[in-house]
Design a binder for this molecule. Sequence first.
Ligand code: XMP
Ligand code: MG
Length: 183
Amino acid sequence: MDQQDLGTDIEKVLVAEAQIKHRLTELAADIDRDYAGEDLLIVGVLKGAVMVMADLARALHSPVRMDWMAVSSYGSGTKSSGVVRILKDLDTDLKDQHVLIVEDIIDSGLTLSWLLANLKSRGAASVEICTMLRKPEAAKVEIDVRYVGFEVPNEFVVGYGLDYAEKYRNVPFVATLAPHVYS
Ligand code: XMP
Ligand code: MG
């Protein structure tokens, strides 16, 4: 799929497909180096992290285990409340495991800070975070994110796993939508 397939839906491409691919290669090299000689479990947060998980995992040079979680923030509206409910839990026991949480985007950081504490409490040997995108708001939260793909402005973005009303997840780049899409 490319921008032309989407007609006038796209306002601005913020991260192109080739940029994502290149950055994932760099992140994978960092992860390979940091976990050399260790078993690693990568945990994808559904549904947004599906694309990053699939591409990052294939860019790694060592075999990893992959597991998935689905969480939802309590509360209405588009802002996270920080109160999180587990919709689908991991199948894996985290005791003594090196865990890398893989996320599509960190906005307020509230969801992730909850998730980090939750996974750490299960006795993991280590829990780190890799996110494809980070918004500036996230800087206000005290979470140490070891791997960040790109910083994006504080606008609603879609593509590469991110949706608007469940659409546009399969767009291979990250973009903002034209105003007419929302009306
Ligand atoms: P936090 O807790 O960091 O929430 O505020 C992060 C979650 O919010 C969603 N989110 C977005 N989804 N475009 C999206 O499609 C965006 O620009 C966006 N910003 C935040 C997303 O589910 C993420 O996991
Ligand atoms: Mg969403």
